[in-house]
Design a protein. Structure first.
Length: 305
């Protein structure tokens, strides 16, 4: 008897496929609450600057296609989004209709926070509907060696864009989250520091910084230091070359293409410094291999292989 095929659900945040989808997308992100017209207009303008849409679904599908090739015939790989189409709930329904009984869920976010990866897990478990599917969750995968090697390789490539690579200040970045996560001993900041340290060791960096970017527009405090503040601080200290390494993100989307490539580049120009960033991993073979290793481990841990 052939071994039962295992479903793999690759989950990402989601994003609007065109300018008209920006407002309903924001409403989904905000749990059904409307967004102020000024903010909608601002977010639409950001997407207009990066081509009028988010590339996250297309890139996640490329990652999933690579994952399917890496995993082989024993696994069936699907893609579900947390805040836009195709929604996690709808894809889990599709997985169940296809006859699968077992599913491995992996968010395309290497570092765990209950507020981020935990939200994907909650949606997946709700969709699995109390036992309809047996679910294995991959909570974190930043420590996969092939992921760390892939980021280190991107640093080596990016440093060559500078006249004096040895003088470049390297700043790892990740999405900020509200500071309130610290009260519950959320592992997110420690996982980020550990992954940055491991990549820095592989890349033979003697010094580096960790900063947060893309904080939400709310009154509550968010994790820092803010990347813009670090860029400014380094420039004022006399540094003329800065490399951003967005280690918390695994593909191009608005936080990369706008927040870094537009806003931080404009800041760097005002400060008179050369600012570069590492190329996003997207469907890099190293990233795909790292996620495949995590999926195999999760399945084996449940005795499914």
């Amino acid at each position: 008897m052939a071994a039962e095929r295992i479903a793999v659900l690759v989950m990402a945040y989601g994003g609007p496929g065109n300018i008209d989808e920006v407002e309903p997308y924001l409403m989904d992100v905000r749990g059904g609450r409307p967004t102020k017209p000024q903010l909608v207009a601002e977010i639409r303008a950001r997407y207009a600057r990066i081509g009028g849409r988010s590339p996250i679904l297309e890139l996640t599908r490329l990652q999933a296609a690579g994952l399917a090739r890496a995993l082989g015939d024993r696994f069936s790989v699907y893609v579900g989004m947390r805040h836009w189409h195709p929604y996690i709930q709808d894809v889990v329904d599709e997985i169940a209709r296809a006859g699968h009984a077992r599913i491995v869920g992996v968010a395309m976010a290497p570092h765990y926070s209950n507020m981020s990866v935990g939200a994907y897990e909650k949606k997946l478990l709700q969709a699995a509907d109390g036992g309809r599917l047996d679910v294995a969750l991959i909570r974190t995968w930043w420590s996969q060696p092939r992921f760390l090697d892939a980021v280190a390789d991107r640093i080596a490539q990016a440093l060559q864009r500078f006249p004096r690579p040895a003088a470049v200040q390297v700043v790892f970045t990740a999405h900020s989250l509200p500071e309130k996560i610290l009260a519950s001993a959320d592992p997110y900041p420690d996982e980020l520091k550990a992954s940055a340290a491991e990549v820095a060791r592989r890349a033979r960096l003697t010094e580096w910084r960790l900063a947060y970017q893309s904080a939400g527009a709310t009154a509550e405090p968010w994790l820092g230091p803010d990347a813009a503040d670090v860029i400014t601080e380094l420039a004022r200290a006399g540094h003329e070359a800065i490399l951003l390494v967005p280690i918390g993100f695994v593909c191009d989307h608005v936080e990369i293409l706008y927040d870094i490539d537009v806003e931080y580049q404009a800041l760097a120009k005002r400060l008179g410094v050369q600012l570069e960033r590492t190329a996003s991993l997207n469907d890099d073979a190293g990233l795909v291999a790292a996620v495949a290793d995590a999926v195999r481990s999760a399945a084996a841990g449940r005795g499914w292989q």
